[in-house]
Design a binder for this molecule. Structure first.
Ligand SMILES: C[S@@+](CC[C@H](N)C(=O)[O-])C[C@H]1O[C@@H](n2cnc3c(N)ncnc32)[C@H](O)[C@@H]1O
Length: 221
């Protein structure tokens, strides 16, 4: 992430959730909840939230996995981690670590589920492949990953609006629209991948299983 973006997240951390909720009229929280529904954390599972921000998604997943489970949120921003700890330290089954997800993780065959929401587009292009490869290694055999983000395959008016937003606020990440998420997940080793378009195609949630998987159940959610 470039220094100006780090600085932005450091400054905005305490107000991030409120700002996003107001700007999107509450749709941001709904989108996150939809992503978590697809990830479907179960009692006793171990979950990793990449680029966890203020820890809001971690707190919802902590409820789902119960006392026997564990959820770890990791984020590069020191302030985001502080805010997350302040708000959710009371959850005994969750913890937050300051970590750069583009570097070495040190997790292997450890997690049932991994979430990355609204952060893949923030990562440098060459690091996205590495993040998928590390996620593949960090997942257990029956593990799955959910990626919730802008829709790189968006077309028509939704593409125009997305690109306009990127040009205004995230110009350095415009290459996200050329990023072939499906192919990159395949190359990282994921066997079963399904994507869902949300809000007129502006956003996308992708569910990728490490091994072969019947998607029947998720599609009904
Ligand atoms: C747009 S916010 C999304 C936060 C949260 N996932 C959500 O959906 O509310 C992007 C987050 O990614 C984090 N981030 C960006 N680059 C990162 C990196 N290389 N390693 C870890 N976190 C990173 C930022 O600090 C920020 O908290």
């Amino acid at each position: 992430m470039n220094p100006s973006r780090i600085d932005f997240f450091e400054k905005i951390a305490p107000y991030y959730d409120l700002l996003l909720d107001v700007l999107t009229l509450g749709h941001y929280a709904l989108f996150l909840k939809r992503a978590i529904t697809l990830l479907a954390p179960q009692k006793g599972e171990k979950i990793l939230d990449l680029c966890s921000g203020t820890g809001r998604a971690v707190s919802w997943m902590a409820e789902a996995i119960g006392a026997e489970g564990e959820v770890i949120g990791v984020d590069l921003s020191k302030r985001m981690i502080e805010v997350a700890k302040d708000r959710y330290a009371r959850f005994g089954n969750s913890s937050f670590l300051q970590m750069d997800v583009t570097r070495r993780w040190g997790f292997q065959n450890e997690f049932d589920g991994i979430l990355i929401s609204f952060a893949l587009h923030e990562l440098p292009e060459h690091s996205r492949t590495g993040v998928f490869e590390k996620a593949f290694l960090a997942l257990k055999e029956r593990g799955r990953m959910v990626i919730a983000d802008f829709n790189p395959n968006v077309s028509g008016m939704a593409r125009f609006l997305s690109r306009l937003f990127f040009k205004g606020f995230e110009r350095k990440n415009l290459n996200f629209f050329e990023f072939d998420q499906y192919e990159t997940l395949k190359q990282a080793g994921f066997k079963t991948i399904q994507s869902f378009s949300i809000f007129g195609g502006l956003f996308q949630i992708t569910l990728a299983h490490k091994n072969q998987h019947d998607f029947g159940d998720e599609c009904k959610r």
